[in-house]
Design a protein around this ligand. Structure first.
Ligand code: NDP
Length: 236
């Protein structure tokens, strides 16, 4: 049994973020989620925040600290896609995805690091994607943003590793959420063929790995990229 922690998940109102919140709750942790709309699972504290807005993140942390104490585990999960071929990709398509997925994670972990440094303890988990290192046609913006998370986690590891803080990347493959439900059936079938496990994963399968990497048992793992992709990205 791991120590009970205060956990924050960004984008915890649906999809993988919601499942991560459920997992930490099931293990007895104090759980807060950020949401722009809706709310996290029953038993969690929902705070409004947009990861593109540093002031809203600061307010969310302040509210969580008041209710649940300093954030000890932060999962930067909020993310968007805006897929299109390079030739058609506008600068706005590129920068908006990077602003949410990469700069958004930076804003959140920067704010989280304040309390973690004071506590000399912290678990930072960045939700990347197999596409970050594997690449994806039509996903130059998304892939670049997700690859950037690896450099972010590894730099944090070098800066803060001696203070009891770990920073890791979890790289899911294809997970059954609204993000993948919008893909055409044909494309989904193609992906299934390419995945050694021959199926998509459930959000819960990602959530269990994230709760483990944040647990006491994973104290000596930092700067790692942990795939949860049924073998799709092997070697990348
Ligand atoms: P969903 O589209 O189902 O959910 C995305 C979540 O991110 C929502 O909670 C959404 O909030 C939130 N979000 C988006 N933009 C912002 C923002 N600016 N500020 C705050 N919250 C925001 O996605 P998934 O659950 O599938 O994905 C979760 C993470 O996992 C993402 O980072 C994604 O890139 C990654 N991932 C997903 C894979 C998959 O196959 N599904 C595979 C690999 C990685 P709101 O409801 O308000 O829009």
């Amino acid at each position: 049994m791991s120590t009970i922690r205060t956990v924050l998940i960004t984008g915890g109102n649906r999809g993988i973020g919601y499942a991560i919140a459920e997992q930490f709750l099931a293990e007895g942790h104090r759980v807060a989620v950020t949401a722009r709309s809706g709310s996290g699972p029953e038993g969690s504290l929902t705070v409004r925040a947009d990861v593109t807005d540093a002031a809203s993140i600061d307010q969310a942390f302040t509210a969580i600290e008041a209710e649940l104490g300093p954030v000890e585990v932060v999962v930067a999960n909020a993310g968007i896609t805006r897929d299109t071929l390079l030739m058609r990709m506008s600068e706005e398509d590129f920068t908006s995805v990077v602003d949410t997925n990469l700069t958004g994670a930076f804003r959140v972990v920067k704010r989280a690091s304040k309390g973690m440094l004071k506590a000399r303890f912290g678990r930072i988990v960045l939700v990347s994607s197999v596409v970050g290192l594997y690449g994806g046609a039509g996903q130059a913006n998304y892939s670049a943003s997700k690859a950037g998370l690896v450099g972010l986690a590894r730099s944090i590891t070098r800066e803060l590793g001696a203070r009891g803080i770990t920073a890791n990347v979890v790289a899911p493959g294809f997970i059954e959420t609204e993000m993948t439900a919008v893909l055409p059936e044909e494309q989904q079938a193609e992906y299934r063929k390419a995945i050694p496990a021959a199926r998509f994963a459930t959000p819960a399968e990602v959530a269990k790995v994230i709760s483990w990497i944040a647990s006491d048992d994973a104290a000596y793992i930092s700067g790692a990229v942990i795939p949860v992709d049924g073998g799709l990205g092997m070697g990348h």
